[in-house]
Write a protein of this length. Structure first.
Length: 146
């Protein structure tokens, strides 16, 4: 039985949270493996490679802060993680946010290798209305980024 804190995913999730807070110097370049695969809730085909994964995560980062106006008193976006399951090489991070007044509930599934680099990043979202909203926003975002 290995010590849970030695699981490679523990450090990765810590770094991911730092990255989300804008406090991880290496950013996605350090976090992601060159062969990382991104599985989008919207795009059927897996997006392979660090650059594509960065593109999608970057676009998602623009879309997912959600309605900052919803939480004016806190002066921060409505995006927040509500639950984590972290073990071995895998993490499941559940999040909630508001986009255009719609409650979005989703999951980031992160898989890392022994080196502590992310090799797979999968996003699942509900409900359908939220997926449709995000699809429209992501499409616009990715077109701008092209």
């Amino acid at each position: 039985m290995s010590n849970h804190h030695e699981d490679p995913i523990v450090a990765v999730v810590h770094q991911w949270h730092q990255h989300m807070a804008g406090q991880f110097p290496g950013g996605l370049d350090t976090l992601l493996d060159d062969e990382c695969v991104f599985l989008s809730p919207i795009v059927f085909t897996p997006q392979r490679g660090k650059e594509l994964t960065k593109l999608y995560l970057g676009a998602a980062g623009q879309v997912f802060p959600g309605d900052a106006a919803e939480s004016k008193e806190t002066k921060k976006s409505s995006f927040h993680y509500v639950r984590e399951v972290v073990q071995g090489h895998d993490a499941v991070l559940e999040f909630e946010t508001m986009i255009d007044g719609t409650q979005v509930n989703g999951v980031d599934m992160i898989k890392c290798n022994d080196e502590g680099r992310i090799i797979e990043f999968k996003v699942m979202i509900r409900p359908l209305k939220a997926i449709n909203l995000i699809h429209a926003q992501m499409k616009a975002m990715l077109e701008q980024m092209q």
